[in-house]
Write a protein that binds this ligand. Sequence first.
Ligand code: 13P
Length: 261
Amino acid sequence: MSTKKEALVVANFKMNFNMRYELQHWFANFIKAKKGIRLDSTRLILCPPFIHLSSFIKKIRSKQISFGAQDCFWEQKGAFTGEISPTMIRSFGGKYVIAGHSERRRYKGETNKIINYKVTAALKAGLQPILCIGENAREKKHDMLFSVITKQFKECLYDVGRSRIKDIIICYEPVWAISANKPDHLPTTDEIMEAKLLIKKLLIQEYEGPVSEHVRIIYGGSVVSKNVSEVCIDAGMDGVLVGGASLLPHEFVKIAQTIDL
Ligand code: 13P
């Protein structure tokens, strides 16, 4: 991992904490798990459901922890019933937003074009987008990693100029590895490195070398403390995006500690 860049450990809590007591329980355990632990070069980014964002910001205060949202709309304000704007997220304390998660592509029909509108709107509001890209099982089977990632990269980042690319975090999240409980459903270190090199190449091709150096590339998909060395450290990634394991505070903190070593 590059020593210059702060590593990122992002929690995507997805649609969890349905009951108030579940949230209180998580807070209490997280505070316990985090007590006395210093992270020197790792930032935690917590992305709860919108409705809990303010509670997280009030409850958890640490220089090493920032907050984000799991999605946003592409307009900043107005008659868009049910939507949450990037400006709202920013002004209520969020600094990051996940864009293009495969679950939104799948269940909400988000296309690269829609994701591009969201990325652009997020940047405009001063948020740092965490852009998820990655192939699904069928695409993997047909050796389509290169074409899928290239298309997602180019279309989702369309019109994002050189001055803004450093604010983007790219997450390589192979769809087939999300919430996969079988060991053979985890990419190997080499496979993750291959995806990283491809993303790096695209960055250098589309933006100049020195600018692209600032972009952090992280990994997502079934990350736990036991595999974080393989999927992040050994693969030279700048951090991880964690789903299921983020619901377990001790496990989540352990992942961050391993990366921070
Ligand atoms: P899991 O860590 O549960 O596989 O989820 C990954 C993910 O979708 C993070 O955004």
